[in-house]
Design a protein around this ligand. Structure first.
Ligand SMILES: [Fe+2]
Ligand SMILES: [Fe+2]
Length: 343
C-alpha cells in the first residue's frame, strides 16, 4: 500500500486561527475534514443578526480567502476550489458587500476616478488618525500594536492586488505590473516589501511569521485585507480593485512620512524606519504612475469602469477609516487595541 504524505512547511503555510462563534467555527470545522469530492451538501450559515463588520464574519472570510494565498498547515489544499466552501464564502461576502454598498453609498452618475484621486491628494493641515497620533505623542508600545495590525497586510503586500493583473490590458496592465515589480523587490528577494516588513517586525522584537498575529488583531484589520481579497478575486470588481490599489498608492507616501517621523522621534531600529522611508520614496513615484498610466488608461479605454474605480477608492477609505477609528478609540483611552496582549 502506498501512503501519500503531504509535507508542509510551517514557514510557508501558517497555522489556523482560533475560531469565534458561530461563522468562523463553521469554516474551521470544514477545513478540519477532507474536502468532499462527489456530494456537495450545502452548508447554511447562521447569518441572522450577523455584524457585517464583526470579528466572527471577518475571521471566517479571511480564513476562506487564505486558501488562495498560502493555505494553512495541515489543511487539504483542495478546499481552495471546493464548492461547499465557495458557497459558504459567498454567503459571507454577500453580508459584507451589502453593508459596504450601503455605507459607501450610491456613486453619483457624474463621479469620476480622476476627481476622486485629486481629492485623495489633498492632505488636511490638521489631520487626525493613527499616523498623526503616533508622530506627535504615540508610545513605542502603540507603534508595536500598529505593526501587529498592519502585519496581516504588509506580510502579503502586493499579493491581493496582483489578482487584478490578468484582468487588465495594454498600458494599464504594463504600468500596474511596473508598480507591483517594485512592491516585489525589483527582482531581489531581500527587497520584497513583504520581506522588508518581516525585517521591521524582527527589529521591533515582534513575531515576523506570516499570519502570526491573526488571533491578536481586530475585526477592522481583518476587514481591511478582506476587502482587497474580495475585489481581487472577483473579476466583476476589477475596477474596484484598481481603485483600491490607486488609493493605497496615493495615500501611502504622506502617511509613511509621518511614520518615519514617529519612528525617528522614538529612536526606533533602522529596519523599522527603512520600511516606511522606502514607501515615502517609492509611493511618491507610484502615485503618479497609478493616476495617469493605470487608472487614466483603464478609464480611457473602458469608460464604463470609471465609477467602479470610484467605488473601490471610497470602499478603501471607508474600511481604512474604521480601522483608524478603532485604533484611536482605544489609544486615546490608554488601552490596547489588540484582542490579546503581546507576549
Ligand atoms: Fe510597498
Ligand atoms: Fe507602492
Amino acid at each position: 500500500m502506498i501512503v501519500l504524505v503531504t509535507l508542509t512547511s510551517p514557514k510557508l503555510e501558517p497555522a489556523l486561527p482560533w475560531a469565534t462563534e458561530p461563522l468562523s467555527s463553521t469554516v474551521l470545522d470544514l477545513l478540519a475534514c477532507r474536502p468532499p469530492q462527489r456530494s456537495f451538501t450545502p452548508v447554511s450559515l447562521p447569518l441572522a443578526d450577523t455584524d457585517p463588520y464583526g470579528l466572527d464574519l471577518h475571521l471566517a472570510l479571511y480564513t476562506s480567502y487564505e486558501l488562495h494565498y498560502r493555505g494553512f498547515a495541515g489543511v487539504d489544499p483542495r478546499w481552495e476550489w471546493n464548492p461547499v466552501l465557495l458557497a459558504v464564502r459567498s454567503q459571507l461576502e454577500d453580508v459584507f458587500l451589502e453593508a459596504l454598498r450601503r455605507d459607501v453609498g450610491d456613486i453619483e452618475p457624474d463621479a469620476t476616478a480622476a476627481a476622486e484621486m485629486d481629492a485623495l491628494c489633498v492632505e488636511p493641515v490638521d489631520g487626525t488618525g493613527p499616523s498623526y497620533f503616533l508622530r506627535d505623542k504615540g508610545t513605542w508600545e502603540q507603534m508595536q500594536e500598529y505593526f501587529v495590525h498592519r502585519s496581516l497586510y504588509h506580510l502579503k503586500e502586493g499579493d491581493p492586488h496582483a489578482w487584478a493583473i490578468p484582468r487588465l490590458t495594454g498600458q494599464a496592465k504594463a504600468s500596474f505590473v511596473a508598480i507591483e515589480y517594485d512592491e516585489f523587490g525589483g527582482g531581489r528577494g531581500s527587497q520584497v516589501h513583504q520581506q522588508l516588513f518581516a525585517d521591521l517586525m524582527e527589529a521591533a522584537g515582534l513575531d515576523s511569521t506570516y499570519l502570526g498575529y491573526i488571533d491578536h488583531v481586530s475585526a477592522e484589520s481583518l476587514a481591511s485585507v478582506n476587502l482587497m481579497s474580495m475585489f481581487g478575486l472577483h473579476r466583476e470588481f476589477r475596477g474596484a480593485a484598481v481603485g483600491h490599489f490607486a488609493a493605497t498608492e496615493i495615500t501611502s507616501s504622506p502617511g509613511s512620512r509621518r511614520l518615519v517621523e514617529a519612528l525617528t522621534r522614538m529612536g526606533a531600529p533602522d529596519a523599522c524606519v527603512r520600511f516606511y522611508a522606502e514607501h515615502v520614496e517609492a509611493d511618491a513615484v507610484h502615485e503618479q504612475v497609478v493616476r495617469t498610466d493605470v487608472v487614466g488608461d483603464l478609464v480611457a479605454t473602458e469608460p464604463h469602469v470609471d465609477r467602479d474605480v470610484v467605488f473601490g477608492i471610497r470602499a478603501m477609505d471607508f474600511i481604512e477609516g474604521r480601522l483608524a477609528d478603532h485604533l484611536m478609540a482605544y489609544w486615546t483611552l490608554g488601552k490596547s487595541s489588540l484582542r490579546r496582549p503581546l507576549a
